[in-house]
Design a protein around this ligand. Structure first.
Ligand SMILES: Nc1ncnc2c1ncn2[C@@H]1O[C@H](COP(=O)(O)OP(=O)(O)O)[C@@H](O)[C@H]1O
Ligand SMILES: [Mg+2]
Length: 351
């Protein structure tokens, strides 16, 4: 097939004076795009690469791909990860991965947490601060964790995100407001191990967007393939990072990633994480691929808490969590990339 890889490359991103240096940390490197292109070519496809910006509609009319491999994170606005899928839907061009609603939802962490909470899925209790002086919900006890509502790749996350009193909370809120100009998510700090579960597939059987309340009800995950969980080895990083998966670790130290994969967990723990990942995938409407980040509460028998869902997980063959997990499962990078494409091809009934 003719496949167009749609991406936002770091090197093509707009710049302006005074721009925050981490502004485009989410975007992709040429190395990642080239690896995806090679994998798809090895899968027997013709491949072009297009930048997911305003040049896209004209380029799509010219290239006329059968399907797009979309990994665009977008540039501006609350719905930036949904921009390219919206264009593709207007132009009626098939594409891999989740669609407009899911991508816009997952970018907004509080909105996602409201959906998870509605479905009874465990996510740390939280409050959104729109401005500095709001009364802290009395149910929220220190220590708390402060992060921007709508960023990724550890942006705005550092040791200072853990706050132990009102003074620290105010100081951190001020920093996040100044730098990211968006509401702040303040949630219970979950002390414990950091685990992420990647999955590919689509739920077979009609998908009701709900999770059974009945504990005894069968846990339907048919159609999904779970990779072995990856645990970030936070103890291997400098103490200054305070056991948090910070932007420094994710960006500056990305090539020196310390992890355990498969994570040393008991089979019943893995089963629970897989189920929670599947339930999250389902209630947020993910398609083809996703990754769900967890913390296991050391003060509550390793009870898992869902931190966020990533419908566009990083695909760098060297260090992205999903690629490491697939590798630990015996999948080559080529197999991972082509299986994401094949899932979309199957959904659109292109073959
Ligand atoms: N409530 C929390 N308790 C403890 N650590 C947290 C909490 N929320 C986030 N973190 C830490 O911050 C990191 C980044 O947070 P996350 O919500 O996954 O955002 P990102 O989109 O930047 O990956 C997590 O991997 C974890 O180390
Ligand atoms: Mg995360």
């Amino acid at each position: 097939m003719d496949v167009a890889i749609l991406a936002n490359l770091k090197k093509n991103a707009p710049t302006w004076p005074g721009m925050s240096p981490d502004r485009w940390d989410d975007l992709d490197s040429e190395e990642t795009i080239e690896s995806i292109a090679q994998a798809l070519r090895a899968g027997g496809h013709e491949v072009t690469v297009l930048e997911g910006d305003l040049t896209l509609p004209d380029n799509l009319r010219r290239v006329k791909p059968d399907i797009c491999f979309n990994i665009c994170e977008g540039h501006f606005g609350d719905g930036r990860e949904a921009h390219v899928p919206a264009i593709l839907e207007m132009m009626r061009i098939p594409y891999t991965g989740s669609q407009v609603l899911t991508l816009a939802l997952a970018l907004d962490k509080p909105m996602t947490k409201r959906v998870l909470t509605y479905h009874g899925l465990p996510t740390p209790p939280f409050q959104v601060f729109e401005r500095l002086h709001e009364t802290l919900d009395p149910d929220l006890r220190f220590p708390l964790f402060v992060k921007p509502s709508r960023e990724g790749t550890g942006m705005g996350v550092s040791a200072e995100s853990i706050v132990y009193d009102e003074g620290q909370l105010q100081a951190q809120l001020r920093r996040v407001f100044e730098r990211y100009d968006q509401p702040c998510l303040v949630e219970r700090y979950i002390e414990g191990r950091e685990v992420t579960v990647g999955l590919v597939g689509n739920l077979g059987s009609p998908v009701a967007w709900r999770v059974p309340r009945d504990e005894e009800a069968p846990r339907v995950t048919r159609g999904l393939h779970f990779f072995p969980p990856l645990e970030v080895d936070l103890a291997a990083y400098p103490v200054e990072e305070a056991g948090v998966y910070t932007s420094r670790i994710k960006v500056e130290m990305a090539h020196d990633f310390h992890y355990h994969c498969p994570a040393p967990l008991r089979p019943e723990q893995v089963e629970e994480l897989d189920w929670l990942a599947a339930a999250t995938f389902r209630v947020t409407g993910c398609l083809d691929v996703g990754r769900v980040d967890f913390r296991l509460d050391v003060n509550d028998e390793d009870q898992p808490y869902i931190l966020e869902v990533n419908p566009l997980p990083g695909l760098n063959p060297g260090y992205s969590d999903l690629c490491i997990e697939a590798g630990a499962d015996g999948w080559s990078y080529e197999e991972l990339i082509n299986s994401i494409l094949d899932l979309a091809i199957e959904r659109y009934e292109l073959e």
